[in-house]
Design a protein around this ligand. Structure first.
Ligand code: G3H
Ligand code: 13P
Ligand code: ZN
Length: 328
């Protein structure tokens, strides 16, 4: 059944686990997530980014997720809009039937100018007003995603800023977070702790100076009843990087957010963990290997099958690691 995100995150808070929120763009990713959830007994959060809407079209995304709900009637599914850039975009998703929306007011509606705090409060409050009337959950964001190694903002797919920022801009302030939650009444808060979107997050295995898990503790101490969201939380598994490069890929050496760091954050209010890059890498590694080993094959189903299977394994792993097993 389609459920509100609030319901799932409240359950996760009561039982101290986190739910991976997987980005979806096509049929095979939706199927992979549902099979992984079925095999582990996990609840599902599927999210569509602006890039996904551009790639697949919002009607295809809506009906793919609805098809998942119909095919797996006993699994609770959240249909979430990732990184909405304005109240109008969020309203559009709600009109389409999304059960949860993110109003990302950390940037202005152009998707690149760093927004003022007052702007962020205003647009987020506006979305809460229109969403809560309809039982739709709202995620907001405070602080700018970006690297504490280069001090550069996160610019992914035309969305974001690559401006050089201060450490304070790149880390969510706990006092401001408390004020933000009070004034907006949002359900879930995305925080900035040194993670960024995509595969190139860290140049080395991250330590506390560049991945500020301790900041989460400070935020949680201030707003213990607010569900926290970690964006840019793919682990960028070294074995997937190696497999991609072994079969003809050319990805540079890089590090993501180690799963054990996410696990360390779960007792401090992290309830939603966004993952896109890991699924991309799992599918790419599987397709590259298949193509390399089967140069004579040309039926798209034949190479999409191992890609879907690899995505499923990755999702199962995260469901188990974040404590979702048997929670649905
Ligand atoms: O928000 C970032 C997600 O990884 C989605 O990226 O806009 O390329 O679909 P995308
Ligand atoms: P990754 O790029 O680390 O998978 O993050 C995805 C994300 O935060 C989507 O909002
Ligand atoms: Zn994100």
């Amino acid at each position: 059944a389609l459920v509100s995100m609030r319901e799932l995150l409240d359950h996760a808070a009561t039982h101290n686990y986190a739910i991976p929120a997987f980005n979806v763009n096509n049929l095979e990713q939706v199927q992979a997530i549902m099979e992984a959830a079925k095999e582990t007994g996990a609840p599902v959060i599927m999210q569509a980014s602006a890039g996904a809407r551009k790639y697949a079209g919002e009607h295809f995304l809506k009906h793919l997720i609805q098809a998942a709900v119909e095919s797996y009637p006993t699994i609770p599914v959240v249909m979430h809009q990732d990184h909405g850039q304005s109240p109008a975009v969020c309203q559009g998703a709600i009109d389409l039937g999304f059960s949860s929306v993110m109003m990302d007011g950390s940037l202005e509606a152009d998707g690149k100018t760093i927004a003022s705090y007052e702007y962020n409060v205003e647009v987020t409050r506006k979305v809460v007003d229109l969403a809560h009337k309809l039982g739709v959950t709202v995620e907001g964001e405070l602080g700018c995603l970006g690297s504490l190694e280069t001090m550069q903002g996160d610019k992914e797919d035309g969305h974001g800023t690559d401006a050089i920022m201060t450490r304070e801009q790149l880390l969510t302030d706990p006092e401001q977070a408390a004020d933000f939650v009070k004034r907006t009444q949002l359900d879930a808060l995305a925080i900035a702790i040194g993670t960024s979107h995509g595969a190139y997050k860290f140049t080395r295995k991250p330590t506390g100076d560049i991945l500020a898990i301790d900041r989460i503790k400070e935020i949680h101490a201030r707003i213990p009843n607010t569900h926290l969201v970690m964006h840019g939380s793919s682990a960028v598994p070294q074995e997937l990087l190696a497999a991609i490069n072994q079969y003809g890929g050319k990805m540079a050496q890089t590090w993501g957010v180690p799963v054990e760091e996410v696990q360390r954050a779960i007792p401090f209010g992290v309830r939603k963990v966004n993952i896109d890059t890991d699924i991309r890498m799992a599918m790419t590694a599987a397709v590259r290997k298949f193509m390399f080993e089967n140069p004579e094959k040309f039926d798209a189903r034949e190479w999409l099958k191992p890609a879907r299977e690899a995505a499923k394994q990755l999702c199962k792993q995260r469901y188990i690691e974040f404590g979702c097993e048997g929670r649905a």
